[in-house]
Design a protein around this ligand. Structure first.
Ligand code: F6R
Length: 605
């Protein structure tokens, strides 16, 4: 949550660089924004409620000058409502800072500071952090010691970029459980929550770790331990390309990212099975002693895990639990030595999923992180790490990363099936053939003509239901989440047989119901459930696999998806659901890439 960008250079162009950085980071939060630039040695703060464009207007209205040094922030509110006062930067005394994270002991610290005569203007924990640092600095007048002390006082998670008014050519930075990297340019240095914020200037960066304090200026960065010892850091080179973070010709990142799904699959196959399915025996770890799997994740990542649970349990016959991380971590899970805990996460920074991973590790259980961001906390800390290879995902609603998660988990399930000799040669050949055709089938589905018309039938309604059984139920959950988060239509998914146990009372004339049917064994049952809602007036949109003998009259509209081996079926079937959500949200005039109240990376619990 929240995006940080800071800049120290030789040319007075801080506002341009900081605004550009904030725009790239806006996916992390977009309820208010602000920046502080050093102008003639003085720190000037400008903030605005709303988006980065509102901040840009505020800068123009104030005829704000640029400096050579500045810090900036785009916010996703945790403490205090989104307004100008709560927007960052926050100043206390000599300290001006931007903060990402949550200071958990904020109330205690604030009470102590009030006793000492401090007063506060905002509702934020970040202003309290600024006061903690200011108070410490008044006592010792040494910035390194001040920040080392503050590091130990502030509980919770934080990433800070900090200006001291008496040293306005430097920016200080430190982090705990929130990401922060330092970009090394030519005569200019950056600090940011992620590389997209400064990628047009440099792709060279150093990672700031816990218990480290950075002092950054135009010449580069000096990193020290909390005790003040110098740390020699390696400069890394990012392979993220500038075109990965632009929309190109697409109207929205979400649409661009759906179009990239087939590339994600191609990359995954090249990485994990360049010569064929049997490569999985070498390209993935040996899971020989694993007897049970817990899949733990949040949101869409958890729904990707639910597809995998169906495959692992029903096809491979390995006991599998799939649970949301915020429940799992408090559920006193039954850990044992033959358990593998699989964490799925696009960002690798989701607070609850990280906590679940650490819990499993504390109990000596092997953890596997399936993550898109290889520089993330989960990638670093899990025992095993696999990359989703989706490339940078910018739209807040995940599509291509989800698709990559479903695909990787399918390969993982196939690996288990191979290890257990559950696939014969014919089945392996079929899977191989289907995998080789997957990309082109995905392209065809993306370009299918139905989505706008189907969206027109959904867009006027305030509720929509998704039904399916087995794997199709897991897909329904993701379809409903996609629709609700970007179109703001209330959407719920049910196991198709469950509707009549209460929810069917909500079906009235025209209520849209999206039914998914890809499994021949469950078809008759699902068709009966479709008839039940249809009889109550539902407008049914059926997504069915092409091998099924479906009477199209059962539904009002139908989308036919290619039938695939169950291991692969989810990878393509999700595409119509994503595009229906997208087109519906477009028709309702919604802000596609930055839905209200959301942020891309949920680094708070
Ligand atoms: C929905 C969405 C979220 C994320 C969830 C987990 O479109 O993006 O539900 O899937 O917040 O995030 P990661 O995968 O970063 O752990």
């Amino acid at each position: 949550m929240c995006g940080i960008i800071a800049y120290a250079g030789q040319q007075a162009r801080s506002n341009t660089i900081l605004l550009e950085g904030l725009r790239a980071l806006e996916y992390r939060g977009y309820d208010s924004a602000g920046l502080a630039s050093v102008i003639n040695g003085r720190i000037q703060v400008i903030k605005a409620k709303g988006k980065v464009s509102d901040l840009q207007d505020a800068l123009a209205a104030a005829h704000a000058q640029s400096g050579t040094v500045g810090i900036a922030h785009t916010r996703w509110a945790t403490h205090g409502e989104p307004n100008e006062c709560n927007a960052h930067p926050h100043t206390n005394g000599i300290v001006t800072l931007v903060h990402n994270g949550i200071i958990e002991n904020c109330q205690e610290l604030k009470a102590e500071l009030i006793q000492k005569g401090y007063s506060f203007h905002s509702d934020t924990d970040s202003e309290v952090a600024a006061a903690v640092i200011n108070e410490a600095y008044q006592r010792c007048k040494d910035k390194q010691k001040t920040l080392a002390y503050a590091y130990t006082q502030l509980k919770g998670s934080f990433a800070f970029a900090i200006l001291f008014a008496d040293d306005p050519t430097s920016i200080y930075a430190m982090r705990k459980n929130s990401p922060l990297i330092i970009g090394i340019g030519t005569n200019e240095t950056f600090i940011a929550s992620d590389i997209s914020a400064f990628l047009s200037y440099t792709n060279r960066y150093i990672e700031l770790k816990h218990d480290e304090i950075a002092k950054v200026d135009e010449r580069g960065a000096i990193i020290k331990t909390l005790d003040g010892d110098f740390i020699q850091k390696t400069i890394k080179k990012s392979d993220v390309q500038a075109h990965d973070i632009t929309k190109g010709d697409f109207p929205h990142y979400m649409l661009k990212e759906i179009h990239e799904e087939s590339h994600v699959i191609t990359r995954l196959l090249e990485r994990y099975m360049p010569h064929g399915v049997n490569d999985l025996m070498q390209t993935m770890d040996d899971f020989a002693n694993i007897e049970e799997i817990h899949i733990v994740a949040c949101g869409s990542a958890m729904y990707a895990g639910m597809i995998a649970k169906v495959l692992l349990e029903q096809k491979v016959r390995i006991r599998t639990i799939c649970e949301v991380a915020s429940e799992y971590r408090y559920a006193n899970p039954l850990f044992h030595p033959h358990l593998l805990v699989v964490l799925i996460s696009q960002s690798g920074e989701t607070a609850d999923t990280i906590a679940a991973m650490r819990l499993a590790k504390e109990h000596g259980v092997k953890t596997l992180a399936l993550v898109n961001n290889r520089e993330s906390t989960m990638a670093r800390e899990a025992d095993l790490f696999y990359e989703i290879l989706a490339g940078k995902e910018i739209s807040v609603a995940t599509t291509k990363a989800y698709c990559g998660q479903v695909a990787w988990m399918a390969l993982f399930a196939i690996k288990f099936a191979l290890m257990r000799h559950q696939l014969n040669e014919t089945e392996i050949t079929v899977i191989q053939q289907e995998l080789s055709q997957l990309s082109s089938q995905m392209e065809q589905l993306i370009h299918a003509p139905h989505y706008k018309a189907i969206a027109a039938a959904i867009a006027p309604y305030s509720d929509c239901y998704f039904i399916g059984r087995g794997l199709d139920y897991a897909l329904s959950l993701e379809g409903a989440l996609k629709l609700k988060e970007i179109s703001y239509i209330h959407a719920e998914a049910y196991g198709a047989g469950e509707m009549k146990h209460g929810t069917i009372s909500l079906i009235t004339q025209g209520t849209p119901v999206i039914a998914i049917a890809t499994d021949a064994a469950l078809l008759d049952k699902t068709i009966s459930n479709i008839k039940e809602v249809k009889a109550r007036g539902a407008h049914v949109i059926l997504i069915a696999a092409d091998h099924l003998p479906v009477d199209k009259a059962v539904a009002d509209e139908a989308i036919i998806v290619p039938h695939l081996n169950p291991f692969l079926q989810g990878i393509t079937t999700i595409i119509p659901l994503q595009l229906i959500a997208y087109e519906t949200a477009v028709q309702r005039g919604c802000e596609i890439d930055q839905p209200r109240n959301l942020a891309k990376s949920v680094t708070v619990e």
